[in-house]
Each structure stands twice: as C-alpha cells, then as structure tokens.
Design a protein around this ligand. Structure first.
Ligand SMILES: [Zn+2]
Length: 200
C-alpha cells in the first residue's frame, strides 16, 4: 500500500483534474501542483470562475447551446442573421465554426447523432425544437453534421423532418473529409466547406 503524501483535498483535486479530456494522472498532478503553488493568482480565481460557471450554467431553451445566460449569447446577438440556422451535433462543433468565423447565423445543437444501437433516437436529441424553429424568418437550415456514417444518417433523418417548402435545407459538401469531425478541422477547411454548401 502506498503512503499518503497529501491531504484528501489535494488528492480529490488531482482525481478530478485527471477526469478532464487530455489530462492523464501525470498531467493532472502537474496541473494541481501549479495551482497549489499559485494560490492567489490562479487557484482562487479558477475556483471562483468554476463556481460562477456552475451556478449560472444552463442549456439555451432556443438552440441547446450551453451558456451562463439564457437565451444564450449567440441567440441574443441582434447582429446575427436570423434567416440561417446551422445545425451541429455538439457544442464543440459550434465552437469550431465560431473560431473559424464562418457563420453569421444562429445555431442549433442536437446533442449528438442518431444511434439506434445505443438507444439514441430523435427523442433523445434536440430535434423537435429544431423543427419548431424552422419557420420564417428562418429561410435556410444548414446541416453541419460530421461526415461520419452516423452524422450523415442523422442529416437524412432531419431532411425528412424539415418539410416546409419555404425553408431551404443545405449541407456542407466540399472540404469536409469522409469520417471528418468538425471539431478537428482547421479553419480554412471549415471556411471552404461553408462557402461550398449545397442543397440537400
Ligand atoms: Zn441559444
């Protein structure tokens, strides 16, 4: 049995940090040590930032994005083009498109893709709200789903649901490699994919 080298609070901190994506237990120990050594300028502000985010965090009732204001900052932004809704699987995809600066419309976050084998059907995703939103002033719904089998079958399902003939349904066509997940694409590729979107 290994001997304890720190109090339970620090052990807990390391265990929680190790659960973050990209951090193994070694990186988590390094991060914890950096926090402990920088109590005033890092540990305490981070602690407050986490508390504030945890208290205010909520899912946007319009689009499914996560934010500390409701509706979310994007849905509130009056300068955005309210005729375009860009549908993404995950918030990471929304962030990727925003980083690339290629979307000036609104978003809709599905919360994943259809996966019948995992018990994920339309009811488990944010689909009915999308169908309700897809009416004027919206003119175009762009399905920016991953170029995976699941992403594409989800896109086909959504195409069948979006039946209003005053709404154009489009997809990212060129530039997104097969199997590509938006979150991993560089900004140039995303920009090209947005510009070359086609009717679906
Ligand atoms: Zn929103």
């Amino acid at each position: 049995m290994s001997r304890k080298i720190q109090g339970p609070e620090i052990e807990r901190l390391i265990q929680l940090l190790a659960r973050l994506p990209g951090l193994g237990s070694r990186s988590a120990r390094k991060a914890a040590l950096a926090l402990l050594k920088r109590r005033v300028d890092l540990l305490e502000p981070l602690s407050r930032a986490l508390t504030d985010a945890a208290e205010r965090l909520g899912e946007c009732p319009e689009c499914g994005n996560l934010d500390t204001v409701s509706p979310c900052t994007i849905c509130r932004d009056e300068r955005r083009d309210r005729t375009l809704i860009v549908v993404v699987e995950e918030i990471g995809d929304l962030w990727a498109l925003e980083r690339a600066g290629v979307v000036n419309g609104l978003y809709h976050v599905l919360g994943g893709h259809l996966s019948p084998l995992d018990g994920i059907g339309p009811e488990q995703l944010n689909v009915s709200r999308l169908v309700a939103r897809a009416e004027p002033p919206v003119r175009e719904v762009l399905l920016a789903l991953n170029a995976t089998v699941e992403g594409q079958s989800t896109a086909h399902y959504l195409r069948e649901q979006l039946t209003r003939n005053d709404i154009t349904v489009s997809v990212l066509q060129q530039g997104v490699p097969v199997g590509g997940e938006l979150d991993y694409l560089d900004e140039g590729t995303l920009s090209a994919a947005m510009k070359q979107r086609t009717l679906f």
